[in-house]
Write a protein that binds this ligand. Sequence first.
Ligand code: FES
Length: 564
Amino acid sequence: MTEEPRHGLARGATSYGDQDFALYMRRGFAKSMGYSTGMLKKPVVGIVNTSSGFNNCHRHFPELAEAVKRGVLAAGGLPIDFPTISLCEPFIAPCTMYYRNLMAMETEEMIRAQPMDAVVMMGGCDKSVPAQIMAAASARVPAVELIGGPMMSGKYEGERLTACTDCRRFWANFRAGRIDRAKIDAVEGKLATTAGSCGVMGTASTMACVAEALGMTLPGTATIPAVHADRLRAAEATGALAMELARTRLTPERIITARSVENTLRVLMAIGGSTNAVIHLAAIAGRLGLKVDLKRLNALSDSTPVLVNLKPTGEHYMEDFFAAGGLGAVLRELKPLLHLDCVDVTGRTLEQRLADEPAFVDRAVVRAFAQPFQPEGGIVALFGSLAPRGAILKRSAADPRLFEGEGRAFVFTSLADMAARVDRPDLEVRPDDILVLQNAGPKSGSGMPEAGYLPIPGKLAKAGVKDMVRISDARMSGTAYGTIVLHVTPEAAVGGPLALVQTGDRIRLSVKERRLDLLVEEREIERRRASLKPAAPGPARGYDRLYMEHVLQADEGVDFDFLR
Ligand code: FES
């Protein structure tokens, strides 16, 4: 029988009952691509290449993949890249979240099905990084995430701007009649002018930092701009690191632990990161039998200040964060709060990493722990009769004047209802109302889009109203801002209390008490519950059916039940 070591191309050959023949066949077909016998004996590093004509954020990935290959080859391995699903926010309907689990499944299966000793996963745009880490956590193959990096900011009429916090600001001004059509059209061509993900602390940048905080990237690489030469050097070094992983067999479940997840939640608070990260982190943790407890999240939030002064919470851009010292500078400030024994993909502990790194920091962007940008963490979880299993508020991007109090609910029953009515001049909405959007959660049929940033109704926007309390079971883009309560769980589509709210009801919000309550008598609640229409039959076939039958709620990461 064969003496072949079970590595490289010899991994997982199809069983015909004759392993020698299976390997002979595989090598024969591999040779049709021009590989020599010597190359085919080397360890194989797979490279998940999510380059796509429908993904502007990844438009530099062909060049980046070449740099990864250089690193693998120099370290004595055979790099082989392969495509997977690529998800880019503006191009996917109903929304990228709907397909995150599909991408995670495909990536996991292709990592497992194809012969590789380690894998480099190239991701950038919002859902790609969590999908890939979910995949790696389940595939249990040595893996390292290579972040694509943020885009650079540009200028329009002397003003610095980039996607996508500035997109929202300009659009809000256009809706309110403060800028004209010619100007909004001109700005459209200046928002995203280089390769890379959105240039603020949106979901993509947050997930890049989450990946590094978990230990799944080469340390120090999360914030490097997409078009910076350091990004290519990071890719080359990541290729070399993958070869080291092929040797050490350090797999993701030894890196992603309860302690590294807790470190990551602290980092999420300190960077003023996206609310989406709470869902993605719950999904990643869930793959390894771990849980993101929202009550624990509140305790971490209360004891972790916001240190990074970046849009949408502050004023700077990702390229400034990189130049200011990047995530390492944040980790150094948080050091007394972190579990320093966690290891990253290099096999070193966090303590070793922090001891080795240069200590430069620009305090305009990354504040000292003792002089934080904001005294408490960016995100809090709320509980109460309207959200028995929790809801999320990004307090760092919200208006504190709206944090405590009661208001009249003004309800949109669906995304379609909101689109049809929100700008009607006769809409009977008042500036101190609480806007409620129902049926935009995981099982709503819309895939939990980033619709939680409900537009200020047209007539109020024109009257100068800039913020209102807005509540939904949807998500919100990490680049958005406002007093916005998201991820209400259970969602309306499964009969959660959100489904029972009617215009005119009173709702009480208290960020101080972490409460969100519907002030309607229990008897009336039960009457409304009894008259709820039964859900329409689900989709008959395909991914839509799989999704609807198996998707979980926000507190479980919106993963599929059979993947946890
Ligand atoms: Fe890709 Fe914003 S659209 S990160």
